[in-house]
Design a protein around this ligand. Structure first.
Ligand SMILES: [Zn+2]
Length: 135
């Protein structure tokens, strides 16, 4: 496991950050970076910082188990395809297909719960259009 794509500051502390649980607080750089807020208390984390920018591709190495469902509303990210080719679809809670109807799998990230971001470069165009017109 490594953090090959994240900013140098994040990479420098990758061994501390890998395996930590967190949620994505916001999406940076057109969706290529996620600002992850880790669940651990700040004093347990490097430089006492809870928020770290992590590249989307590096988030995939957090694969362990499906995270707990924390939010009861809103659209989540689900994927079709694999790795760098993965497309981000919008997923309604409890659904097994994206809004566009594509079969998807939920993110396997360790505890991460990621809201769908229409501005992401990897967002499915159909899902983006559907979320834009959704009530
Ligand atoms: Zn889609």
């Amino acid at each position: 496991m490594d953090m090959l794509h994240s900013p140098a500051r994040t990479r420098a502390f990758a061994s501390w950050l890998l395996g930590e649980r967190g949620t994505v607080a916001s999406v940076l750089r057109d969706g290529s970076l996620a600002l992850v807020e880790f669940d651990a208390p700040a004093w347990e984390l490097p430089q006492k910082a809870r928020r770290w920018p992590v590249h989307w591709d590096d988030l995939l190495v957090y694969s362990v188990e499906a995270g707990p469902v924390e939010h009861q509303d809103g659209l989540r990210v689900a994927l079709s395809g694999e790795g760098r080719e993965a497309v981000q679809h919008a997923l309604q809670l409890g659904s097994r297909t994206g809004l566009c109807g594509a079969p998807v799998y939920p993110l396997p990230f360790c505890g991460l719960s990621i809201p769908f971001s229409p501005s992401s470069v990897r967002a499915c165009p159909t899902c983006v259009r559907l979320t834009a017109t959704a009530p």
